[in-house]
Design a protein around this ligand. Structure first.
Ligand SMILES: [Zn+2]
Length: 477
């Protein structure tokens, strides 16, 4: 591993415990063996998942058996015997539980977490002004800042039920470190053109390639904006993606000005530019995708390009409205997913409020059904991020599970004869903190407490780092 990774590891801060504690009093957990490789979850009141055919199901009185991080059985209770398990989790206790697959976030910037409150956006700034203000903050951040930011960001996402994230940024190791520590499933997309990191290039990706076999996160390639890359870089990106089967992501058609700059630099609009360089295919995930015409939309759908819809970010920055129904009605519905973006664009890092935001943003044409929103957070996202073993609670899938309290504000009351009313309630009520969270068969959050970091210490560290960053920004001026 790189020297930087080692340095980050050597400088563990007090918040970083990195150990799951299965000891202690937990009324729902029966611990037979602390290794916890074989786990039974029983007495689940309600479980929502898409099945093998991607049809949404609402199961009742359900159990899940897990071995070495994979679901080996899932079915109605009593079909699985409670024998030989290291841990038995009784989801029926204390008011009961609603279980969903871990949500998958297709667009985030974890190293920017320290920038919460950096831009108040109180003067009506739009996206182009925000983009212009960003570099002075990013220049003021150190590798340690990026790391603690990413730990803060990923652990907050986990508290809102997100178990897999596509990170779009320009440094690999701080994010790799945070992903290892929090056990988050992570795609680490590194920008090959960066003002803050001028050393970033396709060559850097080549250097990282041998490292990724040992890494926790999965390497991918990002471009902050396609127009920033030269023809030579775009050619190299294409070759790297093809040779190594990497994912590619970029901010795309986010504002008219960005679209215009692309025409000035390359003589082409963004869709045509990506097409020219062989980057319109199922390995590509485009965030925003607002300023696209009908012909471009058809081309994106035909080429099975993934879309990360960011309704809150788009609204906050006055970027425009994603043409949701044009994608949805023309064969693109399976490729629409949701992202949180960074805290500069959405203070709350959860996907349930993005779902609700999607519903109300596009309501004037037609209503986006709860089932469609659920798929955007689960199976659609698994598809575009090439994670075929995640996003569902069925045999053979990785055990990424969210346990929501049933007897909770916003969930109750519901119609007992129609469990879908619970899903509607949960989405409409917006973000909430999970009761327990499992990633790859390990309880990362138990009883609302993060098991791998000391959140009280983390929050103090974040505040301290944030104020030091502010001092450095002032000094630059
Ligand atoms: Zn973004």
């Amino acid at each position: 591993m790189d020297n930087l990774y080692q340095k980050l590891k050597d400088n563990l801060t007090p918040s970083q415990t990195g150990v799951i504690d299965y000891e202690g009093e937990h009324s729902r957990y029966q611990i037979n063996n602390n290794k916890g490789s074989k786990i039974l979850i029983k007495n689940i009141h309600f479980l929502f998942t898409c099945d093998e055919a991607e049809k949404l199901q609402a199961h009742q009185n359900y159990s899940i058996a897990i071995k070495d991080g994979t679901i080996i059985e899932a079915g109605v209770a009593d079909t699985i015997k409670s024998e030989n398990f290291d841990i038995i989790y009784d989801a029926g206790k204390r008011g009961g539980t609603v279980v969903t697959p871990g949500f998958i976030n297709t667009h985030a910037h974890p190293p920017m977490y320290l920038m919460r409150s950096a831009m108040m956006l109180d003067e009506g700034e739009g996206i182009d002004e925000t983009i212009a203000a960003m570099p002075s903050w990013e220049r003021a951040m150190t590798d340690e800042d990026f790391t603690i930011s990413a730990i803060g960001d990923l652990s907050e996402q986990q508290k809102y039920g997100i178990t897999a994230t596509l990170s779009h940024y320009n440094c690999f190791y701080p994010i790799e470190y945070a992903a290892t520590l929090t056990k988050q499933n992570l795609i680490n997309a590194i920008s090959v053109v960066s003002n803050a990191h001028p050393e970033n290039s396709p060559e850097l990706i080549k250097q990282l390639l041998p490292e990724i076999k040992k890494a926790h996160s999965k390497l991918a390639i990002a471009l902050h904006y396609p127009h920033k890359a030269t023809a030579e870089i775009l050619d190299k990106v294409k070759k790297l993606i093809e040779d190594n089967n990497l994912l590619f992501t970029c901010h795309f058609a986010e504002s008219e000005q960005v679209a215009q700059t692309c025409v000035e630099n390359h003589g082409l609009r963004e869709t045509a530019l990506l097409e020219k360089y062989g980057l319109l295919n199922k390995n590509t995930i485009l965030s925003h995708a607002i300023h696209v015409n009908d012909e471009e939309i058809k081309k994106l759908i035909k080429n099975k390009v993934g879309i990360s819809h960011l309704p809150t970010s788009n609204t906050i920055h006055k970027s425009g409205v994603f043409p949701f129904w044009k994608f949805y009605d023309n064969g693109g519905r399976e490729f629409i997913t949701l992202g949180t973006d960074g805290v500069v664009s959405k203070s709350r890092l959860d996907l349930l409020t993005e779902s609700y935001q999607t519903r109300i943003t596009h309501l004037y044409d037609r209503t986006v059904k709860f089932g469609s929103l659920f798929k955007m957070m689960t199976v659609n996202a698994a598809r575009v991020l090439n994670m075929p073993d995640r996003g569902r609670i069925i045999k053979g899938q990785k055990a990424d599970l969210v346990f929501w309290k049933l007897r909770d504000r916003g969930t109750i009351p519901y119609d007992e004869s129609n469990p879908m009313t619970i899903l509607g309630n949960i989405i409409t009520h917006g973000g909430r903190v999970v009761r327990d969270l499992m990633i790859n068969g390990q309880f990362v959050i138990k009883n609302r407490r993060h098991q791998l970091i000391d959140e009280t210490k983390l929050l103090s560290e974040l505040q301290e780092h944030h104020m030091k960053m502010r001092e450095r920004v002032v000094k630059q001026k």
